[in-house]
Structure formats: structure tokens, C-alpha cells
Design a protein around this ligand. Structure first.
Ligand SMILES: [Fe+2]
Length: 464
């Protein structure tokens, strides 16, 4: 069934020269539902049964193309349904945030009003039998499996401040560790533990001297770690109306705070570190009393204003150790080749592990690009790369363990790639163990999926 809904009147003539409105950054102009199967090169592993969900910016209304930034676009979810060796459906829908509903004249979502109407454009998680569209500037939005917006999710009134786009959900217990930073604090930082049924068990505040941007955090079985790094709220940028009023201040110190899970925020231990920034954590685990976090580190970022590039530096994979009794973070470079969007097998999250996967990170035509994938064996400190041909652009891979997979690389990487030669997108499935450049399957989707941020795979058996 196709039910295209026109969203806006954006065209190349009014996109101007803003790179975030061109090529595959440009938004798609309709919400649609398409039935498969679609054209496939290769064979889709028959055990893949579920929904691949992705989230990313897709502005429905652009008030000023000159100042639009990718980070500020309205969130759009994409769902690709796999079953019996076929992709049998694709669907996309905008998240009906309060701001979007006001802009396009539809009914506002149920749920609480927020201090900032966030765009819900960053990631998507499945927790407590709910699909949640997430963005750190606001509360989650609960979505149906058909991608209709249900409500602004405040967990029965328990959550009253923004929630990270990177909560950590334990696959065994179903519990979720999360946090939020609130530019309208104090408290600037709050740490939460949720039970598997969605009830908020504990919230504790952590005292920060300033409002720092904290995109992700590290979670082991017994500890959490927060990155108080020098990308901070900039009053001048906020006054000027910047969508993302944060800037890198290398005069400020960096530090990492470690807290036992369930402890009060005032029990946090701080470890100092050189000024730097971390968007994403590949994984973290306990090594005795030491917390180990594998992180993607920028020497600096948000140092070029809010133009086409995020920052002047490309990031690398490091292992950070926070050992009780020490005052500094112990840093080891695991790989100095640029990468982003790290993922692991959900089964090893917060546990000792061996493999992590990420997007290669490069630059072309003045923009950040993701020209392939990389697999790290963090025990042996080795890496294997898949590099895409020029006309293909990748992004975050999603790892799905094979039905008979015994290890954390025995499965598949599900990747959405933009094919510039067709101006359409493919779902591409790689063997994560072999990391062959030739995929197991390349499914030519009849749609274009704009460059986005994060996704997840929800096994059909867990969808109610
Ligand atoms: Fe992220």
C-alpha cells in the first residue's frame, strides 16, 4: 500500500547552497509504505526476522535554508521489515513532535510539554515493549511498530528532564541505564535506572560546574561513567539563535566521573583527562575494580562553528581505564584510523567483549562521510576494513547475531547505503565474521533514506 503524503515544498531552487540540504542530506518529501519483496543481489539470510529501525533528520519545514543544520532537522523513522529471506516492507514516518505538529498543522502528541521541543531525530530504542524515538534535547517519543507517534514518553510522569539518545538496555535483565543533561539545570546532569517494565527506579543528580554536552556514557555491570568534557553551552551562540549553541573551550579541563550503579550522585569519583571530546562509546566493562571504556575520541570538535564540518579533527578509537585510587584516566590508542558510530552485539554490552564494529569516517566535498566499515578485535588489537566504491556511502552498521552465532562477531551487519548513481538507498547485509567486501545481500530499496544517525534491530519475536 502506498500512501504518499506531501510534506513540504523544498526544491533544489530553494535549498540554496547549504550542504545539509543537498544530495543525500536533503530530506525526502513523502511518508510512504511500500510492500516488497524488492530487488536483491545475493541472498538474505533466512534467519533475519524483525524490524530494522533507523532515525535521522528530515526537515519537514525549513524556515531559513541558509541557517538549517543537520542536527536540527525533524526526526524521521524508517522501518525495514525482514522475514523469510525477504525484505517484505518499508515504511517511513516523521516523529510528530509538538514542534512539528504546530508547524504542519496536525494534532500535538499526548504527554507533557517540554522546555525545548526537541526534534526526536537521533536514535531509536526498543525498551519496555515500546519503540522510543530519542534525542538528547528532549523527552523520548513513543512510537508504534507502524511508526505512528503515540505520545511524549515520560514514564508515567516520572521523567521530567531530557533523556540521552544512548540509553543502555541490558538484554538479560531488560533494565535500562540512562542519563540526561539539561541546559536549564541545575542539576545539569541526572542519572536514571529503569526497571524492565519501564518504571523509573532511581534518579540521582550529579553536580557539574557548567552545562556540558554529554552525548553518550559508559555503562558496565556495576558502574557508569560520565564525560564532563569541554564542549559547553555558549551564551553568545544561544543569544544568536544557534540550533546547537555549544562550542569547544580548550581552556577548560576534561574529566570523567565514575559512579557505582545505584549510588548517589554525590559519591562520584572524578578522573582528569586532557581537553578532548567523546560522542560515542563502543562498550564498557568491569576489569576487577577498574572500569574500562572503549571510546571514539576527538582531540577537539565544535571548533569550526556550525558549518559543513563538525570539527577540525577526525576521531580515533581509544581504551580508557578509570582505576580506583588514581586521579587520571589511563589512555591507550586502539586504532588511529578515523571512525564513528561504534556498535557491538547487544548481548555483550556492558560485559567483557571482543569485537566492535563502526563506520569508517572520511571527508569529501567539504562534508563528513562514512566510506565503509571497520571491525575491531579489541583483545588482539587488530582491525579489518570494508571500503565502499566511490558511488556508495555508508553509515552506522547494526550487528545482529546469527541464530547459531556463538561469539560476538558471528552474525550480520545491517547497513543502509546511499547509491549516488541511482539516488536511492540499499539495505546491505555483510557477514560480520568474514567481513567480506562482497555482501551477503544488497537489497535495492525503492526509496532514498537520507543520511541519519542511529538505528536498532528489533527481533519480531519481541514485538507485541
Ligand atoms: Fe549518537
Amino acid at each position: 500500500m502506498a500512501n504518499p503524503t506531501p510534506l513540504q515544498t523544498l526544491s533544489p531552487t530553494n535549498a540554496g547552497t547549504n550542504p545539509y540540504l543537498l544530495e543525500n542530506f536533503r530530506p525526502v518529501l513523502e511518508e510512504t509504505s511500500r510492500s516488497g519483496p524488492f530487488e536483491v543481489e545475493g541472498a538474505i539470510p533466512p534467519g533475519l526476522d524483525g524490524l530494522l529501525l533507523r532515525n535521522g533528520p528530515n526537515p519537514a519545514v525549513i524556515s531559513d535554508p541558509a541557517t538549517y543544520h543537520w542536527f536540527g532537522g525533524d526526526g524521521m523513522l524508517h522501518a525495514i521489515s525482514l522475514r523469510d529471506g525477504e525484505v517484505h516492507a518499508y515504511r517511513n514516518r516523521l516523529v510528530r513532535t509538538r514542534a512539528l505538529s504546530a508547524a504542519i498543522g496536525t494534532q500535538a502528541p499526548r504527554g507533557p510539554r517540554e522546555a525545548i521541543d526537541g526534534p526526536a531525530n537521533t536514535s531509536v530504542a526498543f525498551f519496555a515493549n515500546r519503540i522510543l524515538a530519542l534525542c538528547e534535547s528532549g523527552l523520548p517519543h513513543r512510537m508504534t511498530a507502524e511508526l505512528e507517534t503515540v505520545c511524549v514518553e515520560d514514564f508515567d510522569g516520572a521523567l521530567t528532564s531530557p533523556l540521552t539518545a544512548h540509553p543502555k538496555i541490558d538484554v538479560e535483565t531488560g533494565r535500562m541505564a540512562a542519563f540526561g543533561y539539561d541546559p536549564f539545570g541545575p542539576a545539569f546532569l541526572r542519572y536514571h535506572e529503569f526497571d524492565a517494565d519501564g518504571s523509573l527506579l532511581t534518579t540521582t543528580s550529579i553536580d557539574l560546574p557548567r552545562s556540558a554536552m554529554i552525548h553518550d556514557f559508559a555503562v558496565s555491570a556495576t558502574k557508569v561513567a560520565f564525560f564532563d568534557l569541554p564542549v559547553v553551552l555558549d551564551a553568545n551562540l544561544a543569544m544568536a539563535g544557534s540550533h546547537i549553541p555549544y562550542a569547544f573551550d580548550d581552556q577548560l579541563p576534561g574529566r570523567v566521573g565514575v559512579l557505582g550503579r545505584g549510588q548517589s550522585g554525590n559519591q562520584i569519583s572524578w578522573f582528569s583527562i586532557e581537553p578532548c571530546f567523546v560522542f560515542h562509546v563502543a562498550n564498557a566493562f568491569d576489569d576487577g575494580e577498574c572500569l574500562v571504556a572503549d571510546v571514539i575520541v576527538y582531540d577537539k570538535t565544535f571548533d569550526l562553528g556550525m558549518g559543513g564540518l563538525l570539527g577540525s579533527q577526525l576521531p580515533r578509537l581509544e581504551r580508557w581505564r578509570m582505576r580506583p585510587g588514581e586521579v587520571r584516566v589511563n589512555r591507550t590508542i586502539l586504532d588511529d584510523q578515523a571512525l564513528e558510530f561504534p556498535v557491538t552485539d547487544p548481548a555483550v554490552q556492558s560485559r567483557p567483549y571482543r569485537h566492535t564494529f563502526a563506520a569508517q569516517f572520511g571527508r569529501r566535498d567539504g562534508l563528513d562521510r562514512f566510506p565503509g566499515y571497520v571491525k575491531h578485535d579489541v583483545e588482539r588489537e587488530t582491525a579489518v576494513r570494508i571500503t565502499l566504491p566511490e558511488h556508495l556511502h555508508g553509515g552506522e552498521p547494526i550487528f545482529v547475531r546469527a541464530e547459531d552465532g556463538k561469539a560476538d562477531d558471528e552474525g550480520f551487519l545491517l547497513c543502509v547505503e546511499y547509491d549516488r548513481s541511482r539516488d536511492l538507498s540499499d539495505l546491505v547485509i555483510y557477514d560480520a565474521h568474514a567481513m567480506n567486501a562482497k555482501p551477503e545481500a544488497r537489497i535495492h530499496l525503492p526509496v532514498r533514506i537520507p543520511f541519519g544517525f542511529h538505528g536498532t534491530f528489533v527481533p519480531r519475536a519481541t514485538l507485541s
